[in-house]
Structures are given as structure tokens and as C-alpha cells.
Ligand binder design. Structure first.
Ligand code: PMP
Length: 367
């Protein structure tokens, strides 16, 4: 009944965690990768007004022109980037799927840093491509000596995610330039997933689109910045030819991003959300120092809202099972990696939840 394609996707790792989590009553939950605040009021108002005024039909496939214009202004202001074309997508996930379907041929290689955002691996498999893992342990930095040997005549794309889920790494201009130079020599597309761009804690943010505008596809979103995870809104910006093909595919798949959320996105982009960045910077400090004090080996995250410590003993799964026995829900690193040596904490949670989580982690640090 099922396709070979769907068989290429293996979700057993995360399913095992969900099965274990289902047995927990009122867990200390540090597993959820979404903001701990609700959609800002002006964005809700814009959505409500859109719905009430009957803005409920399909929009044009590519998304409403006002939002395109607003995103262009945003990209110019924050990145000095003037893309050839833009597309409003159904979440960043929608953009990812369209981008990979529009570019990856069977057997094409797609390189991305390991640890990685889960979808990359599975979507590349879905497109019959081959994921190639750029090992970035132990500090999650990008190094030319690790990247260069992975480049082959089949390399189609490099996917970067800065700030990174699950490590919190934010790539420097030097790291991005190194990747851009290696990619440019070989005409490789760089897909830059910048969904966490509003959460950068230590210094300025550099986007791949500022460094290599010609051959970069930038994906952005509203889920993390505005707590709109359920509203499915994102955007793509990049080479006209690619955006055109992604738009064609959107016409036959997602059709358009939800109408009222496009209006809400427009309102959201006018809000000053810098207090949210400070909110997560403080939580980052709380969890990072708590883990270091408890003796965990961990790279300090510079953005997003995740931290990715090394398990002090056992495999990632053994350690996470022990945490779950203590009512703490975290995610084993092998969900995001070819290694089974780390675990992911998502810290968009109340401070007392973080403190209770740290308490358990102190208790189970030694077997
Ligand atoms: N990219 C990364 C790195 C993410 O962490 C997520 C969400 N967890 C997405 C993309 C997808 O986000 P969206 O809700 O915009 O589809």
C-alpha cells in the first residue's frame, strides 16, 4: 500500500521518546521547541479583524503583496539584502519542503552540520537525496578541514541553521564566509534556515544572505519570534528562478499560506520584540550556568532556545530514560544527530521548571 519513499523516513527515535513521555504524569517538560508566550495582542487583533472582515479565501499563491514588501524592508534593514524574489510559505517547514523538492535529484548530496534540525535528514530522504553529515562536535563550530572532504561532484546543497536547533550555535561571519567560498567555487546552493534570527544573545547576527546573496536561499519564519507555531507562516527569499519553481510547487501543494495569518504577520513585523530576546538570554544563562555547576560538559549556546549537553554517562537513550524516571522530559541527542552522546534541553519554560529540571540533572549526573 505504501510508497518506498515513505519507507525511507525513519521516525523510531522520536516515537520512542513520545511513548515514554506518554507514561509521565505532569512531567518537568524541557522538550518543547516553541515559545512560552502567546501571540502578541496586535497580531491577534490583525488576525481577528482579517477573519471578521471576510479575508478567509485563498490568497494569491505567492502571498499578499503587502507582506512581500514588508519582508523586503525587513531583509534590507537587518541584512542589507535585496533578494531577487520572495515567497510567503506555510511555515518555514513549507519552505524547506518546496526548496528540497525543487532542487534535489535522486542521489544528490545535501550537506548539513551534525547536530541538525530533524526535518533536514528526513526531507532529504523523502526527495531521494543523500544526507551528508558535517560533524561539528564538540563545540559545534564549522571548520574547513571538516567540510572540504565532504564536497563531491554530487553535492547539490549545503543547509545551515543559525542560530541552530539543537545546539544554540550562531555562526560567525568568518565561518559563513568559509562555507560561502567553498560553495561558490562549486556552484553549490546554500539554504540558510534563519528561523531563530531574533534570538541572538552575544553580539551581532550575520546572515548568509549578507555574505553570499547570489546563491543563497534564505528561509525565515514567524513561529519562534511571535509564538505563532500553529498559524503556519514563513517566507523564502533568494534566486528568482528557484523561487519561481517553489511558487509553482506551492500552487499544487500548500496552495497558499493561511490568509489571516499573513495579515497577522504583517502586524507582527511592526512590533518591537527585543524584550523577548532578553527573556531567553536570561534563561540561557540560568540553564547554562546550572549545567556547568553540576559538572556537565556543554557548549554555551549563543542563540535560539536550546542547549545540547553531553550525557555524563551511558548512551543518550539510557540517560534520557533515567531522566524520565525522575519525571524530567528531555530529548535524546540521536534524534538530531548520528551520534548518541548528547541530549537536548529546550528552555522556553518558566524559571521554576528550569530550576526543577536542573535539580534532577544534578541528581542523575552520576550513575
Ligand atoms: N527550522 C528549524 C531549525 C526549526 O527548529 C523549526 C521548528 N522547530 C522549523 C524550521 C519549522 O518551523 P515552522 O513552524 O516555521 O515550520
Amino acid at each position: 500500500m505504501l510508497s518506498e519513499r515513505i519507507g525511507r523516513i525513519d521516525a523510531s527515535g522520536i516515537r520512542k521518546v513520545f511513548d515514554l513521555a506518554a507514561t509521565m504524569k505532569d512531567p518537568i517538560n524541557l522538550s518543547i521547541g516553541q515559545p512560552d508566550f502567546d501571540v502578541p495582542e496586535p497580531a491577534k487583533q490583525a488576525a481577528i479583524e482579517a477573519i471578521r472582515s471576510g479575508f478567509n479565501r485563498y490568497t494569491v499563491t505567492q502571498g499578499i503583496p503587502e507582506l512581500h514588501q514588508r519582508i523586503r524592508t525587513l531583509l534590507a534593514d537587518t541584512r542589507q539584502y535585496e533578494p531577487e524574489a520572495t515567497l510567503i510559505t506555510s511555515g518555514t517547514s513549507g519552505g524547506l519542503l518546496l526548496a528540497l523538492l525543487a532542487t534535489v535529484n535522486p542521489g544528490d548530496e545535501v550537506i548539513f552540520p551534525d547536530p541538525y534540525f530533524v526535518m533536514y535528514k528526513h526531507l532529504v530522504h523523502l526527495c531521494d537525496g543523500k544526507p551528508v553529515y558535517l560533524d561539528t562536535y564538540p563545540d559545534f563550530r564549522l571548520r574547513p578541514e571538516a567540510l572540504e572532504p565532504l564536497l563531491s561532484p554530487r553535492t547539490k546543497m549545503i543547509v545551515l541553521n543559525s542560530p541552530c536547533n539543537p545546539t544554540g550555535a550562531v555562526y560567525t561571519a568568518d565561518e559563513l564566509t568559509m562555507v560561502a567560498d567553498l560553495a561558490a567555487d562549486r556552484d553549490i546552493l546554500v539554504l540558510s534556515d534563519e528561523i531563530y534570527d531574533t534570538y541572538v544573545f552575544d553580539g551581532a547576527y550575520t546572515s548568509m544572505a549578507s555574505i553570499r546573496p547570489a546563491n543563497t536561499l534564505l528561509l525565515g519564519g514567524f513561529s519562534k519570534a511571535y509564538g505563532m507555531t500553529g498559524w503556519r507562516l514563513g517566507y523564502a527569499a533568494g534566486p528568482a528562478e528557484l523561487i519561481q519553481q517553489m511558487t509553482k510547487l506551492q500552487q499544487y501543494t500548500f496552495v497558499c499560506a493561511p490568509s489571516f495569518t499573513q495579515r497577522a504577520g504583517l502586524a507582527a513585523l511592526d512590533l518591537d520584540c527585543s524584550h523577548i530576546e532578553s527573556h531567553y538570554r536570561r534563561k540561557r544563562d540560568l540553564i547554562y550556568h546550572g549545567l556547568v555547576d553540576a559538572g556537565y560538559e556543554v557548549a554555551k549556546p549563543e542563540g535560539a532556545f536550546y542547549i545540547f549537553p553531553k550525557t555524563p554517562w551511558g548512551t543518550d537513550m539510557e540517560f534520557v530514560e533515567e531522566a524520565i524516571r525522575h519525571n524530567l522530559l528531555i530529548i535524546p541527542g540521536s534524534v538530531f544527530s548520528e551520534r548518541a552522546t548528547h541530549f537536548r534541553i529546550a528552555y522556553p519554560a518558566p524559571d521554576d521548571t528550569i530550576e526543577r529540571g536542573l535539580e534532577v540533572l544534578r541528581r542523575i549526573a552520576r550513575r
